[in-house]
Design a protein around this ligand. Structure first.
Ligand code: AMP
Ligand code: TRP
Length: 335
């Protein structure tokens, strides 16, 4: 069974873009892969936040993972900083990366735009992400479209190190992207992607939103004035986004939806979409409320960290050996 690895940052406001682009795949891949799902708190620290906020968000995302159907009996669920291998491998990869390639990362460029000096963590973010993936010998990484460049960098680093230190050092991973949902756009501005941090609450639907909020956001979603329900990202980005969301939640193809809504008004499409989204999110919210403050959640994360650590230590030992680092002393690493 090939291994899958992915992570989500504990930064609040997990939305339907995160779900349709990434989390839904996490659930679907569980049956025929060995899956490792991480809450990447070290990545979340690249944007400063209080200790309380970070700790709460970690447990929020952990509870969400379980609420959407990640099964801790099948998949490993854990918090990144509970496994020291991420930071260790992060350094080994740092020493095999170049400032040039990191400066070209779109996410870094966006987040550091117009700043005289950006936090170093933001610059190193993609190297730590590569370490996350390579630490588990993952073959497949389910993510949204916006992570494609980071996955490419991960592959480049793995290939580079393998070339220098031996082909058995790293497994070179592939990204996995959804057909519908890989890039969910903001409801108020369908030319930019739905994001956790946009100021306008109506730009996104968070997984914990009430039916009233969901209704308001969808009914207000920006469309166009030609009144035809057709998928055409270039000319009709708003309607195309609503059709993609509808398709991803209902399992109907966009072509079928175009037929079904041929001659209907935008109001009808939006009303039906509200129902589809509310029906999909209600069971998640019920399960989330059940588990968020339970001891079981903590036990699952402890158990996950133990299993993740066991895999991680083997990789660290192999990589240190290949790179000529250390002696194996100090830790129970067998070289
Ligand atoms: P993050 O919240 O940045 O940790 O993202 C978690 C996952 O959601 C990543 O795999 C992202 O690629 C994915 N993602 C974030 N925003 C969107 C979006 N608007 N559409 C689709 N996928 C997204
Ligand atoms: N960078 C990812 C995001 O913002 C989160 C992430 C961190 C990740 N490490 C990862 C995703 C490893 C996949 C694999 O969405």
């Amino acid at each position: 069974m090939s291994r899958v690895f992915s992570g989500v940052q504990p930064t609040g406001n997990i939305h339907i873009g995160n779900y349709l682009g990434a989390l839904k795949q996490f659930v679907d891949l569980q049956n025929d892969h060995e899956c490792v799902y991480c809450i990447v708190d070290m990545h979340a620290m690249t944007v400063p936040k209080s200790a309380e906020e970070l700790r709460n968000s970690i447990l929020d995302v952990a509870a969400l993972y379980l609420a959407i159907g990640i099964d801790p009996e099948k998949s490993i669920v854990f918090v990144q900083s509970d496994v020291p291998g991420h930071a260790e491998l992060g350094w080994m990869l740092t020493c095999n990366s170049y400032t040039g390639e990191l400066s070209r990362m779109t996410q870094y460029k966006q987040k550091s735009k117009n700043k005289e000096s950006a936090p170093t963590g933001l610059f190193m973010y993609p190297v730590l992400m590569a370490a996350d993936i390579l630490l588990y010998d993952a073959a497949l990484v389910p993510v949204g479209d916006d992570q494609k460049q980071h996955i490419e960098l991960t592959r480049d680093l793995a290939i580079r190190v393998n070339g220098k230190y031996g082909e058995d050092t790293f497994v070179v991973p592939e990204g996995s992207y959804m057909k519908s949902g890989a890039r969910v756009m903001a409801l108020d501005d369908p030319t930019s992607k739905m994001s956790k941090s946009a100021e306008n609450e109506m730009s996104r639907i968070s997984l914990m939103d009430s039916p009233a909020k969901i209704k308001k956001a969808i009914m207000r979603a920006t469309t166009d004035s030609d009144g035809i329900i057709r998928f055409d990202i270039e000319n009709k980005p708003g309607i195309s986004n609503l059709l993609s969301i509808y398709s991803a939640f209902s399992g109907k193809t966009v072509a079928d939806l175009e037929k079904e809504y041929d001659g209907s008004g935008y109001g009808t499409l939006k009303k039906d979409l509200v129902e589809v989204v509310v029906d999909a999110l209600t069971p998640f919210q019920e399960k989330y409320n059940e588990i968020r403050h339970s001891d079981e959640l903590i036990r699952i994360l402890q158990n996950g960290a133990e299993k993740a650590n066991a895999i991680s230590e083997k990789t660290i030992a192999r990589v240190k050996k290949n790179l000529g680092m250390g002696t194996g002393a100090g830790r129970k690493l067998t070289f």
